[in-house]
Write a protein that binds this ligand. Structure first.
Ligand code: PMP
Length: 370
């Protein structure tokens, strides 16, 4: 054993074999103040005023109720979401962020089993696969950064996919998703669609009415278009058999994962579709402007169906762009993964923030390419 590995063995000496072999997800940094923060796809706009009011009440006039555990099933929130998606209460599962739903999905449906996902996708999936002993296979992308639907189906295993995909920003059509589901149903295999970004492109979404299929489970979040990342609420929509499986896992882990304040906030957000539409419209408009500006600087940048852009410059390394932006206190995300290492994932901020980003990139390119 060399020095490095013996030091590592020492720090891990009390760890279980499971803890030793985990490969934790590295979340985007959350620096405090003084940054243009475009690294975790949060909303640049605040949540609905109704959300603020609901939180005030939860910690004000209703605060005495905080002595009690919250509703384990979050029924009021499930009722609001079931109306939105045209399903029943029993078709909705609420969790502490959608990451928790995703973790429970791996435990409930994939633990110890085969499953597949596009090679460029949400990097928490491989982490959950390790945690729960799922054999997750990564299917290479085609034509650049497009998911290979044929390849995924040929793998003959349940599929988990983000649609629109992250970090690529590219969406499969609703028809493609539904055809894929049908093909999987013939083999009794599950399709999980992570629709974290679907509010920015509802045309591709299958959440509404998805409960009629027993092999389609859709995951959504309040963190992005609802501007509630700080509250940590996510949910699944699907057939009641699938929802029951998620409840089995939850109740084997933590019966009350979503606190009273978060439930009140998410309920108010779910009921305020006007604010949701306003945020989506503002972000979408700024996204078009920012993409145009990036294209005129020579960046390659696909048309985005999310609240972020994924761009690379053919002549400047991603690492250099990332470091230069960071030194100007602009935080974006870069993944040190073969094939996408030169891309920057840039969350759409306010128009002022995006002007600063474009100006900074203009300056960096001038310095680097001169
Ligand atoms: N799915 C995708 C594709 C994401 O990008 C994210 C955000 N990192 C999540 C799920 C998780 O979001 P949250 O846990 O905040 O609901």
């Amino acid at each position: 054993m060399n020095d490095m590995s013996s030091a590592r063995a020492d720090t891990m000496k009390y760890y279980s074999p499971l803890a030793r072999m985990l490969s934790p997800y590295v979340a985007g940094e959350q620096p405090q103040g003084g940054w243009i923060k475009l690294n975790t796809n949060e909303s640049p706009y605040p949540p609905s005023p109704r959300v603020i009011e609901a939180i005030r009440n939860a910690v004000g006039k209703d605060a005495a109720a905080l002595r009690l555990y919250p509703d384990p099933d979050a029924d009021a929130l499930r009722d609001a979401l079931s109306k939105r998606h045209g399903v029943n209460r029993g078709n909705i599962f609420i969790s502490n962020g959608s990451d928790e739903t995703l973790a429970f999905i791996f435990a409930a449906f994939f633990a110890g089993l085969d499953c597949v996902t596009p090679a460029v996708g949400y990097s928490f999936y491989p982490t959950y696969a390790l945690l729960f002993g799922a054999k997750l296979r990564l299917i290479p992308m085609v034509d650049g950064l497009n998911a290979d639907v044929g390849g995924l189906l040929n793998a003959d295993a349940p599929i988990i996919i983000a649609n629109p995909n992250a970090p690529t920003t590219i969406a499969l059509s609703r028809e493609t998703i539904l055809d894929t589901r049908e093909a999987l149903a013939k083999r009794s295999q599950l399709l999980v669609v992570d629709e974290a970004y679907a509010p920015f492109y509802e045309d591709c979404a299958v959440a509404n009415g998805c409960a009629r299929y027993d092999n389609l489970l859709v995951v959504r979040t309040f963190s992005k278009a609802h501007a509630l990342a700080g509250m940590r609420v996510g949910y699944a929509v699907g057939h009641s058999n699938l929802i029951d499986a998620l409840c089995r896992v939850r109740d084997s882990f933590n019966s009350y994962p979503v606190d009273r304040i978060a439930q009140a906030a998410a309920l108010a957000a779910a009921e305020d579709v006007e604010t949701l539409s306003r945020i989506v419209a503002a972000v979408s408009e700024e996204k078009i402007t920012s993409r145009q500006a990036l294209l005129s600087l020579g960046f390659e940048c696909a048309h985005s169906h999310t609240n972020f852009l994924f761009a690379r410059h053919p002549r400047v390394k991603g690492r250099i762009l990332f470091d230069e932006l960071t030194s100007r206190r602009i935080l974006v995300r870069r993944f040190d993964k073969p094939g996408i290492e030169d891309y920057l994932r840039i969350t759409i901020g306010t128009p002022d923030e995006m002007k600063c980003v474009i100006q900074a990139l203009t300056d960096i390119l001038k310095e680097t390419l001169s």
